[in-house]
Design a protein around this ligand. Structure first.
Ligand code: FES
Ligand code: FES
Length: 156
């Protein structure tokens, strides 16, 4: 089947999509958007997190057909060309990236939190990131990155 949708503001189309394929597969393997990572493919790790019509979802759990006609935003869509979004810059500056497999999903979750709450308490940050697993960092630097990004995004 053919899937047509809007991804990061641009109309995109994928042909010959099998009904059982995930949105994650279509993004990575058919549309050349490898930012969303495939770590567990079971909805457990959050590394494939994307926006689907403005709601965060695990792209590995979304059937490709469900994306038909929808708006999707991936981690690639947070930056403005080569200019990284504040949350992306903050992950780099705080040293919150090691292997990087969890990073796109954590950035999406943190970005979503900071859109509505630029000065979250640590508990709120931990709750917002609870669905995203990191095997490398111990989370401390990830929490630092969210704090740093919140400050840069206009915390009073
Ligand atoms: S790859 Fe989708 S939640 Fe882990
Ligand atoms: S940096 Fe490796 S899993 Fe998080």
């Amino acid at each position: 089947m053919r899937i047509s949708c809007i991804i990061n503001g641009e109309a995109q189309q994928a042909d010959d999509v099998w009904e059982g394929e995930s949105l994650l597969y279509v993004l990575r393997e058919r549309l050349g958007l490898p930012g969303s990572k495939n770590a567990c493919e079971q909805g457990e790790c959050g590394s494939c997190t994307v926006y689907l019509d403005g709601i965060l979802v695990c792209a590995c759990l979304v059937a490709a057909g469900q994306a038909q006609g929808r708006q999707i935003r991936t981690v690639e869509g947070l930056s403005d060309g080569d200019l990284l979004a504040p949350i992306q810059q903050a992950f780099l500056r705080a040293g919150a990236v090691q292997c990087g497999f969890c990073t796109p999903g954590l950035i999406m979750a943190a970005y979503d939190l900071l859109q509505t709450n630029p000065d979250p308490a640590e508990l709120e940050v931990r709750e917002a990131l609870a669905g995203n697993l990191c095997r490398c960092t111990g989370y401390t630097k990830i929490l630092d990155a969210v704090r740093l990004a919140g400050a840069r995004m206009g915390r009073p």
